[in-house]
Design a protein around this ligand. Structure first.
Ligand code: BJW
Length: 254
């Protein structure tokens, strides 16, 4: 059931802050794989072998290979922001209140689409950091365990700037502050399997009394926690929903 027009009008009049959470589903139609769909990344790789700090210690070559491949995939000229990324950038530019976009995705498609108030809570594929010093830098190419750190010169300490299982997601204080103050929470293209992101809907509902909306291909694990939900591809649902919020188009589909 989509948001009622009178509720949207109230949110707009109140300049209600919006928090948006996105997951891999929003980038699927740009040509990037999701994780848990049948053709997803976890169907080809074992999570415990590539996405934990223990895996990086046990087999850094495999972990570097996994992220080198994904970095190369992101440079494919066919991988571009899609209509859903673009619509969210437009919402941030035109909504009368604050819009914070929190993405679990490590791709750079939201930024390329023009979103500015953006938190990459699980890190960024095109950045690396050093375990030996405080280096955090852009890194568009391949990385190997032999690569020396451009800042401290030591090899073996460089790692992808991503959040693995068991590690603390980034900028949580800022995210929880925004969730506790929002009038509308929108979750897009995420299966709701990974915490703490999967719990954001409850924080927005219980602490802020926010309206909560899920836009996804299918009901997520937490689907029943949302006040409103619409199912279909992000490139259709998100532009339609944004148009409704900005009062210039037809409403989202049921
Ligand atoms: C479409 C579509 C289309 C397809 N249009 N839709 C309770 C509280 C706190 C923590 C835990 C907890 N219970 C367990 C934990 C620990 C753990 C965890 O969650 N485990 C679960 C497996 C149970 N969490 C952690 O370890 C996190 N850290 C942590 O908790 O620190 C302590 C802490 C505690 C309390 C507060 C704060 C902190 C870290 C999690 C790190 C996740 N890392 C990964 C990989 C690294 C980055 C990378 O390589 O990319 O991040 S895992 C992977 O899953 C990736 C994603 O960001 C993440 C979420 O996946 P996402 O985006 O939902 O993708 P899918 O594939 O699952 O779903 C896609 C959806 O799109 C599907 O629904 C499709 O239908 C849909 N879709 N096409 C619209 N066209």
């Amino acid at each position: 059931m989509p948001l009622r027009p009178d509720l949207i009008e109230i949110l707009r009049d109140e300049k209600a802050p919006i928090v948006i959470l996105t997951g891999a589903g929003i980038s699927k139609e740009s040509g990037l794989h999701t994780f848990r769909d049948a053709d997803g990344i976890w169907a080809k790789y074992d999570i415990s072998e590539v996405a934990t700090p223990e895996a990086f210690i046990a087999n850094p070559d495999l972990v570097h290979h996994f992220y080198n491949d994904r970095r190369a995939g992101l440079h494919d000229p066919n991988v571009q922001p899609n209509a859903a990324h673009v619509a969210l950038a437009r919402l941030e530019a035109e909504w009368p209140g604050d819009v914070l976009l929190v993405t679990q995705n490590i791709d750079d498609l939201h930024g390329r689409a023009g979103s500015k108030n953006l938190i990459h809570m699980h890190g960024e594929l095109l950045k690396i950091r050093c375990n030996h010093c405080d280096l955090l830098t852009e890194w568009p190419g391949d990385l190997a365990k032999e690569t020396p750190c451009p800042a401290c010169g030591k090899a073996g300490g460089l790692r992808p700037h991503v959040v693995w299982f068991g590690e603390m997601p980034l900028e949580m204080e800022r995210i929880y502050a925004a969730l506790g103050d929002c009038g509308l929470f929108i979750s897009i293209g995420t299966s709701g399997n990974v915490y703490p992101a999967a719990g954001f809907v409850q924080v927005a509902h219980e602490e802020a009394g926010a309206e909560t909306v899920e836009l996804n291909l299918e009901p997520s694990s937490g689907a029943t926690l949302f006040d409103h939900s619409t199912y279909g591809p992000a490139t259709e649902l998100v532009p339609a929903f944004v148009a409704t919020l900005l009062e210039d188009g037809s409403g989202p589909r049921d």
